[in-house]
Design a protein around this ligand. Sequence first.
Ligand SMILES: [Zn+2]
Length: 233
Amino acid sequence: MNFLYDVWDDFLSLLFPRLCYACGNHLMRNEKLICTECYILIPRTNYHLDENNPVAQLFWGRCKIEKAAAFSFYNRASRIRSLIHNLKYKGIRDIGFELGRIYGTALFNSGFISGIDLIIPVPLHKSKLRQRGFNQSDLISDGLSEATGLPVTKEVLERRHVSDTQTRRSRYERWVNVKDIFNITQPSVIEGKHVLLVDDVITTGSTIEACVNELLKAEGVRVSVVALAAAVM
Ligand SMILES: [Zn+2]
């Protein structure tokens, strides 16, 4: 029976090939979403092992952050970019959870998350959420939660405005654009807690900065930050 099943499986994969979402090569029977080569070759920043890493430095003098890190490097040719693209724009939700789980395991094993109480995803605006059907940061957070055991709290922070596409804006313009877009709805939930804020990609850091400043309105709160990828080196 197993043999017949395998033949049937191979036949199906000829008709409906399962491809790696990072490189486009065919997946082997035991591979899911990402091929083994990509899993190994996705360049890890290992920023979680260095408290003065470039992502942490990005926020120096801008907002008070305990620790900051990113899983991989974001650039035009990077495998993580293809993965995030497939997650956000092709709606392959499992990618978010899987990458969150992989990164969460590294964060857990290194002790990076020790002392952290809960995870908060960077929220999407309601209209964007309706349009996309999901928040990629929620999915990443769920994967991080699976690997670390930390709870995810999605109701503490809300996005009040839709920010338009930011690619052509200067850092100052982006900062003005995002400064007031977040709102803390239930500060009491995070009072005295150490929060891990989660985003998909960190570029200028202005979105994170706006979130952190809003979260810090809760008394005694401390904030750390992680993302799947960072465009800073
Ligand atoms: Zn691949």
